[in-house]
Ligand binder design. Sequence first.
Ligand SMILES: *[C@@H]1O[C@H](CO)[C@@H](O)[C@H](O)[C@H]1NC(C)=O
Ligand SMILES: *[C@@H]1O[C@H](CO)[C@@H](O)[C@H](O)[C@H]1NC(C)=O
Length: 258
Amino acid sequence: MRLRGEACIGAASVLSLAALLCLIFMHVGQINPYSVPRDVSMVKVNMSGYGQGLYEALDVPIEGLYTNDSGAPLQQQAGLRQFYRFGLYSYCAYIDDTHGTCSNISAANRFEPFTVITADMLSNYSSYTDSILESITFTDSSYLGEFSNGAYYLLIIGTVCAALALFIGICKHPIAFLLSTLFSIIGSVTLLIGATIWTVIIKKTESINEVVIEASSNPVPLGITVTIGDGLYLAWAAFALLIASILPYMISCCTYRG
Ligand SMILES: *[C@@H]1O[C@H](CO)[C@@H](O)[C@H](O)[C@H]1NC(C)=O
Ligand SMILES: *[C@@H]1O[C@H](CO)[C@@H](O)[C@H](O)[C@H]1NC(C)=O
């Protein structure tokens, strides 16, 4: 009996620790372009094909759309970057796989890809872009901003709950296990809702991947591709781990007698 109690406590702690680690990686993604978690982001936007898309749409040579300077300032019409990755606190813009620059860090950074991407273009290209892309989710910065901002707070609550479940559960006491059970339940629910909101807004934003330009003869792709980043998968993994920790915390709470 006692051995089973210890095994439950151990399993619950390992699960909530793993959930917390996933969430920490999700949070630190895109804070610094040169750090290890550089590849972790909530959503990725690939702009590399857009020059070709614009060329097909306008039928004029496209010059000066992109910049080759990885350190060029963001949102100052300094030129488009090939890849944009959005995290929870900032976003980074890369000219290739590894070189890029990141925005200032702010909590609850809003996911407003259209605003930040068009702000990098020269004004003639941003006005063309405005006219080509009418009302699709990608351009709806207020909708994306509101929902990503709300989801951020849910993910933060989920992270705090996972940490509390882990650290309180270390004090081996029935009351501590009761609290850990409660925190892992609350954390699972908030992570579920936060990750769902992100999944929905990214899925809706991905409608831009299908946009084509009706050029003279045959339609050509617009050249903007949105994909889910690893940060969202980490959020879902954390949810799964935290929900799995509820039962062992609950069993420990009911059976542990010191
Ligand atoms: C970005 O998109 C272009 C075409 O639009 C594609 O060829 C390229 O493989 C994509 N790159 C990445 C890293 O997804
Ligand atoms: C980032 O912060 C610096 C210094 O605080 C400021 O000068 C700059 O305008 C900010 N950049 C953006 C894009 O907000």
